[in-house]
Ligand binder design. Structure first.
Ligand SMILES: [Zn+2]
Ligand SMILES: [Zn+2]
Length: 387
């Protein structure tokens, strides 16, 4: 309980302040729902239900992690596969406790050979993600690899090898800061920066312009990023919000009410779109192959993953636990086929099925860690945004 109170306290302070509201410019959504609508239906499940779902999630995690990984593990797949091993996977690997699957994944992620289309190339003498070669050897969005590495709990001092030369992930971040600009796609950049950047810093990009995190966040708040039905954009907002130290600067405080409103609105819309089976109705096309289950794993998995960047805020609510249960059941009955299709079919659809699986199992891992660490509220306290 204590941890929850600590988590909510700064939000009470920030969200009660009307002056801090961001002026609404074109593109920003107006509040569509009342405060009471956004707060309804928050209650915690019986503890037996949590026990049952936790056991199901444990069984699912164990099965998926033990399955032999696909034969083909191009960079894009490896940077997704690592999410399956959860938010502590870097520590497990660094401590020398990685099994064969996890060792193989980290080896593809961190050791790059140009001839073998490795994950990194050199750009002005610094590591840079591959943007050439075969499609699934490439990074598909700016800072996508850096972000997925951050989600393993990875630290910036980790070594990256490129054709035998040694660098660190810090070099990759430094290079990214030089390249960062407000008009690029920003989902993964904000996701990664919200995790790694020191609060309050600004830097100079390669054109000599000063850039700061709040500037990038402000742009992201005002635009749509449709990647994976907008879920990674929401993840960037949620992850930023959960990093309290980052949110304490005056520039950030101006953005927090809008940040909170967008997060709460998105959670409300998901809850409203929850089907009787626990998964969320899919608001658009997914790039998955033609399977309703794979599409559910993709969208419900991505959605739960971004909400869990908020920590335990919704993790023990009835609707959330129902969604976790439904997701675990679908993952358990489909993961083998998704793995094998990647070898046997290898089509873009099968790659995106694996993308969906990785984010879904990432969500299950994150949820399990939160539940295991306890301190869950017996009842939910909500944060007011209008008083
Ligand atoms: Zn995605
Ligand atoms: Zn992805």
């Amino acid at each position: 309980m204590r941890r929850l109170v600590l988590f909510l306290f700064p939000l009470f302070l920030l969200c009660g302040c009307r002056e801090g509201h961001l002026p609404r410019t074109g593109g920003l959504p107006k509040p569509k729902y009342s405060d009471s609508q956004l707060s309804e239906g928050l209650k915690s499940p019986e503890s037996e239900k949590l026990d049952v779902v936790s056991a199901l999630v444990d069984q699912t995690l164990e099965a998926v992690r033990a399955e032999k990984l696909p034969e083909r593990l191009p960079n894009w797949i490896a940077y997704h596969a690592v999410l399956i091993f959860g938010p502590d996977s870097y520590q497990v690997w660094r401590n020398g406790n990685a099994d064969e699957n996890l060792s193989r994944v980290f080896s593809v992620m961190l050791r790059s050979e140009t001839n073998a289309e490795g994950a990194f190339v050199l750009r002005e003498g610094k590591p840079w993600p591959r943007h050439s070669g075969s499609y699934f050897s490439q990074e598909h969005h700016p800072d996508q690899f850096l972000n997925y590495f951050s989600m393993t709990g990875g630290t910036l001092d980790v070594e990256i090898s490129i054709d035998g030369r040694q660098f660190t992930m810090r070099d990759l971040l430094d290079r990214s800061l030089l390249e960062s600009k407000a008009d690029q796609e920003l989902d993964y950049t904000v996701l990664a920066y919200s995790h790694y950047l020191e609060p309050g810093i600004s830097w100079t990009d390669k054109f000599g312009e000063t850039v700061s995190f709040p500037e990038l966040l402000k742009v992201l708040l005002a635009k749509d990023e449709p990647t994976c039905l907008g879920t990674h954009r929401l993840g960037a907002l949620a992850r930023t919000q959960s990093r309290e130290a980052l949110c304490r600067t005056p520039e950030m405080k101006k953005l927090l009410p809008e940040l909170e409103l967008q997060v709460r609105t998105a959670v409300y819309e998901l809850k409203s779109a929850q089907r009787p089976d626990g998964c969320f109705a899919i608001p658009g096309e997914t790039p998955c192959s033609n399977s309703a289950d794979f599409a559910d794993i993709y969208f419900t998995g991505h959605s739960l993953e971004w909400i869990l960047f908020l920590g335990d805020r919704f993790a023990a609510d009835d609707w959330f636990v129902d969604a976790i249960e439904s997701l675990a059941i679908k993952v358990l009955s489909n993961y083998e086929l998704i793995y094998r299709n990647l070898d046997a079919v290898g089509s873009p659809g099968s790659h995106y099925d694996f993308d969906g699986l990785s984010h879904a199992v990432s969500a299950l891992s994150r949820w399990r860690k939160i539940i295991e660490e306890g301190n869950l509220p017996s009842d939910h306290t909500t944060v007011s945004i209008s008083d």
